[in-house]
Design a protein around this ligand. Structure first.
Ligand code: PMP
Length: 458
């Protein structure tokens, strides 16, 4: 006999209509929920700099902080026409539920896009995600238990660190140099962690135009890292949203093109088309693909079908390779403005990376200055950046800052560096007079292939 009571028959109670919800109720005590939250939420904390960023978004502030793609060069009329035709011609399919793995036609297009970086993949091994951010979430979800270790570059992408934290993983940072992740440091790190009894689940790396470090791995470097991964039997998660936005020559072959079974590759249309569609993907070894699709089904049932159709239609009707060239030129002009502004306005002792693509410059401050502590002063001087501490899981990084050149116009970028130079000069003066203490980081070297003119003169 069933233990469940019989379901009621007949019409249910009338649904009460709420005419006016009135003012928002304020009588809920926030702390009454604290004991109910799952342990995995403990690492989900709002960044201390969020409040400053609401000010940083004001028009009078030059924001070198955000990493928003500049989609002003997109032909909105073409996109609009494509969407119109999509709804009129194929709306019933495009607005329906779809496959948990993603629509077959977009998985084919994705394979075509990946071919530009030397990847030879089958659409069956691609899982479509809600941006590559969700790809990070799904990969961590299927591989990591609380307490597992994920290896990340020092520094690493702030959004990935948030995902790893939310799955209660420990992040171990591995040093970089101006060629990206250091394979010797990687080998030492894996060995030391395993000797200490830790479970290392994967290496998370951004080989092209690193966010935030701005550097790229050479082909030799990729090969060396993969050799270390092979010897250590380490899975590699290759995050590559910027790979097609290089300013010089052809793209470097992706790590996935050099090793099929060891690399889980993450891609995205956010930077090569538009982030608002929220379409990214994972290319995983076949055996892993199955688990990813199950994880995707439980997270979303299926990734947004309309977005996938929209992207496929846009790629079919528009010269997307030509469009990526337009983006590249636009970002190159902005990168040049950033480098020129830094060369003109940074104080002695400051150094920064020279990105050959992507959105970001990583700057190392003169000894003793603290990018976190000086952010409020910078915003008052109407310029914003992201302090280096955001990109480390271990609280270090206050000697660094990330400067984005992707969004402001070249003139504004130069003006931003001028304002930043004034703030830094002031801070340097305060430091020279009173001294400040600042962490030097746990042995991570400064990424400094370029010195400001005159930097060695003091
Ligand atoms: N990885 C890196 C390195 C990024 O910089 C970003 C976006 N800033 C993402 C992943 C996520 O991008 P999306 O979800 O828009 O594809």
């Amino acid at each position: 006999m069933s233990a469940y009571p019989p379901l009621p028959t007949g019409p249910g109670p009338a649904v009460e209509r709420v005419e006016d919800a009135g003012p928002r109720r304020r009588d809920t005590r926030l702390d009454s929920y604290v004991d109910r939250y799952a342990a995995r939420t403990h690492g989900m904390t709002a960044s201390a700099i969020r409040a400053l960023f609401s000010v940083a978004n004001r028009p009078e502030v030059v924001s070198l902080a955000g990493g928003m793609p500049n989609i002003a060069d997109l032909p909105l009329d073409v996109v609009g026409q494509t969407l119109h035709e999509l709804v009129a011609g194929n709306g019933m399919r495009a607005m329906q539920y779809g496959s948990g793995q993603g629509e077959p036609m977009i998985r084919e297009v994705i394979c075509e896009v990946m071919r530009l970086e030397g990847i030879n993949a089958h659409p069956d091994d691609v899982t479509v995600t809600v941006g590559s951010q969700q790809a990070l979430d799904l990969v961590t979800r299927i591989f990591c238990d609380p307490g597992d270790v994920v290896l990340c570059e020092a520094p690493s992408y702030v959004g990935a660190l948030g995902v790893f934290r939310s799955f209660q993983c420990d992040v171990a940072h591995v040093a970089m140099d101006d060629q990206g992740l250091d394979p010797v440091a990687l080998r030492e790190s894996v060995t030391a962690l395993r000797a200490a009894g830790r479970t290392v689940k994967f290496l998370y790396t951004i080989p092209n135009f690193h966010n935030p470090a701005g550097v790229s791995q050479s082909l030799e470097r990729r090969t060396e890292i993969l050799r270390v991964a092979e010897e250590a039997d380490l899975l590699v998660v290759e995050d590559n949203p910027y790979g097609l936005l290089g300013f010089e020559g052809e793209p470097t072959p992706a790590m996935r093109s050099l090793s099929e079974d060891r690399v889980v590759y993450l891609g995205s249309f956010s930077k090569t088309f538009a982030p608002g569609f929220r379409v990214g993907w994972v290319l995983a070894p076949h055996a892993v693909r199955e688990k990813l699709v199950l994880a995707q089904e439980s997270a979303t049932l299926c990734p947004p079908v309309f977005s996938q159709y929209a992207i496929a239609a846009y790629l079919e009707s528009h010269d997307w390779r030509g469009q990526i060239k337009v983006f590249r030129e636009m970002y190159r002009e902005r990168r040049d403005a950033m480098l020129a502004g830094l060369a003109d306005h940074m104080p002695a002792g400051m150094s920064w990376t020279v990105p050959a693509g992507g959105f970001f410059v990583w700057a190392t401050l003169p000894a003793g200055l603290d990018s976190h502590a000086m952010l409020a002063r910078a915003v008052t001087a109407r310029v914003a950046y992201v302090p280096g501490t955001a990109f480390f899981a271990d609280g270090f990084g206050s000697r660094f800052m990330r400067l984005s050149y992707c969004f402001p116009t070249p003139d504004r970028i130069i003006e931003g560096t001028r304002r930043l130079g004034e703030v830094l000069a002031y801070e340097a003066g305060v430091h020279a007079t009173f001294g400040t203490s600042v962490d030097a980081g746990p042995g991570y070297p400064a990424l400094a292939p370029y010195e400001a003119p005159g930097a060695n003169q003091t």
